[in-house]
Design a binder for this molecule. Structure first.
Ligand code: DP6
Length: 323
């Protein structure tokens, strides 16, 4: 049976950084994100007895290296946990460019998990799919449910899953992404999570995460932008403080990154409803209310050092495409 699934990437308002179990990707803290509409990964899977290994075609190109190994590792986890037999032929493509600061692993492993389990004839519920997607990439757990999503850290595989706290149309927020570098990041999230605990600041960041998550959730529920901006910027700053004080230190910011952050703070002081958040890279994701998004987008395109600006609203859950 061939099955095709689509999933959106997501942007974390409260960040996931560091694991209590690297193999199971049990996170050190709970996190909260918004799916990104319009951007997606589409993945088709067929299980075949006639293959001698898994196959991966990524954006039209046959992969044999690290990308295939990571997909096979995830398929191994699915084979083992769900008793699936055979090898998988996987074809996946993103409709957004790589290297723009939008992590593709969340959408990729969410779509792969849904397509692979459906192609095996399994109908899993959202919670099971989210926990399984987490094994491929932590943030992929958050790309299974729709809209605004909370990932419960959990102490076991079954307890560590994400669920929707509000549908995409609950609040018209827009992520306006200022791309300041198209370079591939030097240190990826996988290694970053492993070094998080080497920072003296990680324990303090983790200790406060549940409180920040509660504040963020309440800001979303009440559509209180000032409260959202405060906690989103604080949480991003805390994660980057941990990164910068890890051993070896991880510096993701570039000079234009700081210029955009500074500009966002000035715009907010002038009354625009916008705040920034950054993942493991130099590009700045500017979260704003829809009415202010166009002004923010235009302002960003005029800033020197900004190479490209992408825009995405709140997106829905991962789903199976008819085939
Ligand atoms: C900084 O989910 O990409 O974007 O589990 O190793 O695939 P892996 O890590 P990943 O980590 C995301 C880190 C982050 C923050 C976040 O999205 O919460």
């Amino acid at each position: 049976m061939t099955k095709t699934a689509r999933a959106h990437p997501n942007i974390a308002f409260i960040k996931y950084w560091g694991n209590t179990d690297n193999r199971l990707r049990l996170p050190a803290n709970p996190s909260l994100s918004m799916n990104l509409d319009g951007l997606y990964t589409q993945t088709t899977v067929i299980w075949r007895d006639d293959l001698t290994a898994d196959e991966l075609v990524l954006n039209g190109q046959a992969e044999t290296g690290a990308a295939l190994r990571r997909v096979t590792a995830h398929l191994d986890a699915l084979r083992e946990r769900l008793d699936i037999r055979g090898w998988a032929a996987v074809e996946s493509s993103n409709n957004f460019p790589m290297g723009t600061g939008i992590a593709s692993s969340a959408a990729s492993f969410a779509a792969l998990t849904l397509a692979a389990t459906a192609a095996a004839g399994l109908r899993l519920n959202e919670r099971e799919l989210s926990a399984l997607a987490r094994l491929g990439s932590g943030s992929a757990a958050r790309s299974i449910p729709g809209g605004f999503v909370e990932w419960h850290a959990g102490a076991t595989h079954e307890e560590s899953f994400a669920e929707s706290i509000a549908p995409p149309d609950h609040w018209e927020l827009v992520d306006v992404i200022a791309v300041v570098s198209g370079q591939h990041k030097a240190v990826g999230s996988q290694e970053g999570h492993k070094s998080a605990a080497t920072s003296d600041l990680q324990a303090a960041r983790v200790a406060g995460a549940a409180g920040r998550l509660a504040a963020c959730k309440s800001a979303i529920q009440h559509q209180d932008f000032a409260a959202l901006a405060e906690v989103v910027e604080l949480d991003s700053n805390l994660m980057h403080a941990v990164m910068m004080t890890s051993r070896p230190a991880l510096f993701y910011w570039l000079p234009p990154t700081l210029a955009v952050m500074e500009q966002v703070r000035r715009w907010r002081a002038d009354g625009l409803r916008v705040c920034y958040t950054l993942d493991a890279g130099p590009n700045v994701q500017c979260i704003c209310v829809r009415n202010d998004a166009e002004q923010v987008r235009q302002g960003l395109t005029r800033l020197s050092g900004v190479l490209e600006v992408l825009t995405a609203g709140a997106g829905g859950a991962a789903f199976l495409v008819n085939n």
